[in-house]
Design a binder for this molecule. Structure first.
Ligand code: HEM
Length: 94
């Protein structure tokens, strides 16, 4: 499994973990049993969801940038060929 797929799957399973964490938080508040550890049950999955989510968000833009770089490469190579041909001609003329 490649990295992108792995991160998407992790994000998906973390979404279940945070859902349970939030439910536990509500129950703890209702029973007046709330404390820092209960809060962390939702906060830790959220931090991981945020990291993996931001990665997923950036993916299409990274792919677009890569496509742009690949598309640009032949044009740049052709331009550099022309440039060296022109400078060779100029040298031959002088
Ligand atoms: C700061 C927090 C989060 C960020 C930045 C974020 C961002 C994203 C992004 C960019 C995607 C991919 C959308 C796409 O192109 O298809 C995604 C997918 C998803 N997100 Fe989040 N997300 C966050 C939090 C959450 C939370 C709190 C949940 C649920 C409780 C959640 C559940 C999902 C699910 C189920 C998917 C679909 C995954 C798949 O394709 O299998 N995310 N999220």
């Amino acid at each position: 499994m490649n990295l992108n797929k792995w991160i998407r799957q992790t994000h998906r399973w973390l979404s279940l973990a945070i859902t349970l964490g939030v439910i536990v938080n509500f129950v703890a508040v209702a029973l007046r049993k709330y404390n820092v550890w209960v809060g962390l049950l939702a906060l830790i999955p959220f931090a991981l969801l945020m990291l993996t989510g931001l990665y997923l968000f950036a993916l299409p833009y990274i792919a677009k940038m890569n496509r742009w770089q690949v598309a640009k490469r032949p044009a740049r190579a052709a331009f550099s060929d022309q440039l060296s041909a022109v400078s060779q001609t100029a040298r031959a003329d002088s």
